[in-house]
Structure formats: C-alpha cells, structure tokens
Design a protein around this ligand. Structure first.
Ligand SMILES: [Fe+2]
Length: 258
C-alpha cells in the first residue's frame, strides 16, 4: 500500500499544491480506507477472455475497421489526457503515426465484456470496484519507435486505479508486445490474452509489432467500497473520475431508482 512512488506523489501534493490537490488527497484517503478493508490488489494478473466473447469482439472490430478516429464528446466528471495542451502538435503527429483510435463499442457488447472481466479479476483486485472507462485502438507496426506509451512510463492516475488490457491480436514480435519492468516482456501469448496491472505503480511500455497491427482494448477500473458499472459509453482520451463522490452518487441513483 505505502511504497516509494506513492510517498513521492504525497510529497509532491503537499509541497506543490494545485487546483487538484484536495481531490487527489481524497482519492489517496479513499484508497487507504479500501486497503484497510480489503488489502492490496495483485500487482499483475494475466488471464484469457472466453472464446465466445472473443468472437463477438472480433466481429465488432472487423465492422469498425475503416473508422480512423472516434468521435468523442467529453463527459464532465472525467479527467482527460493532456489537458494542459503542452506539446500539442508533437502529440498529434505521434498519434497519427502510431495509433488509430477505434470508436466506442456498442453498450450491449461493452456490458458483456465488463461482466466477464469483472468475474475474472475480482479475486485479484480484492475489493469491489467501479469500471471507469473503456477504449480501444490499433497500434501501427513501427520498429524501435519510442514516444508516449511506447516509452517506459507510469500512467500517473490518482490512487486506487488499475488497468486491464485485452488484446485482439496475439502478443509476439510480429504483432507487438507489452513490457512491464521487473516482470518482463509479455510475448508468445494467444489472441484474447488479457493483463490486469497497477498502471500507475509499475513502469511499462507498449511495444509495436514488426510487421502487423496490434489491436488493444483498455478498461480502467478503480477500487472502491461498492461495485458499479461504467456510467458512460467511454472516451478515447479519458483517464479517470475527477471527483471520488461521482461514481458513488451514480451508484446510489441506480439503487434508489430500483
Ligand atoms: Fe501506460
């Protein structure tokens, strides 16, 4: 629970407060309460999605193959990547070179995916959790390309978050891989492979394929005191909630509406 990277975050928050300071601190305290009840999550867990779900995801992937960029409407309660606008042009260029963002999958398919993933990771996450966001993209084959997600990094999400990566292509030299520091390069895995990991604690990088596109789906989750599903269709640039109370509020709304 308390490790050097979290202490560094806490130190930075106290030393250099900004407009998000109080919110970050509340996320930290919230995760500490979850930890007291349920303990720490497993740092990395590999699993496979079912053949049936894989088939459905692949047919959705084929149907939406020609759509290059998702049309996203920003959702108020979320924090997004690069809101500071620094290096905007550089990022645009790298994105164009490296990625094709997929449109959001239909809600029915997303719900099937979430239900299965929830079942497969709940014992590893240890606590209940909110599903925060889901997005999908294609990584172009680019040898030795190191920028953004293909450079060793931590995601820097506020405390309590984990990511689940699901691959609709195999993980190998041809299609691409994932590397997590002190765990190794995740390669020679079949299509439908999935990895749950602490994305803001562990250094990691995506490795593009030598010759083929890598297709990924990413689900962000947040440990909490109650389970709740994703509250929106998903956004290709979203990180996590901007306010810890929002998902609880949404959860209570569904309970009272029953
Ligand atoms: Fe990352």
């Amino acid at each position: 629970m308390i490790n050097s990277s979290r202490l560094k975050i806490l130190y930075r928050i106290i030393r250099n407060p900004d407009k998000n300071t109080i919110n970050k601190l509340i996320f930290f305290i919230h995760e500490f309460i979850v930890y007291l009840f349920y303990g720490s999550p497993k740092k990395i867990h590999e699993f496979k999605i079912s053949e049936n779900l894989l088939k459905k995801l692949i047919s959705w992937e084929i149907e939406t193959k020609d759509i290059e960029f998702a049309n996203n409407l920003k959702i108020k309660s979320l924090i997004y990547n690069h809101e500071d606008n620094t290096k905007k042009n550089e990022r645009k260029l790298y994105k164009k070179k490296l990625l094709k963002i997929k449109p959001q999958m239909p809600l029915t398919l997303q719900r099937l995916l979430h239900n299965e993933v929830r079942k497969k990771i709940k014992l590893k996450v240890k606590s209940p959790f909110f599903i925060v966001n889901t997005r999908s993209w294609i990584t172009n084959p680019l040898k030795d390309f190191e920028y953004g997600p293909t450079k060793m990094h931590r995601d820097g999400f506020w405390p309590g978050h984990l990511k689940v990566m699901i691959y609709l292509t195999p993980l190998n030299n041809e299609y691409g891989k994932l590397e997590i520091k002190n765990y190794g390069v995740i390669t020679n895995r079949d299509i439908g492979h999935a990895i749950l990991f602490l994305n803001s604690d562990l250094l990691h990088k995506a490795i593009p394929g030598n010759s083929k596109e890598r297709i990924s789906i990413e689900i962000t989750i947040m440990r909490s005191l109650l389970n709740h599903n994703q509250t929106h269709i998903g956004h290709s640039d979203a990180r996590h909630f901007s306010n810890i109370f929002f998902p609880y509020f949404e959860k209570f709304k569904t309970l009272f509406n029953k």
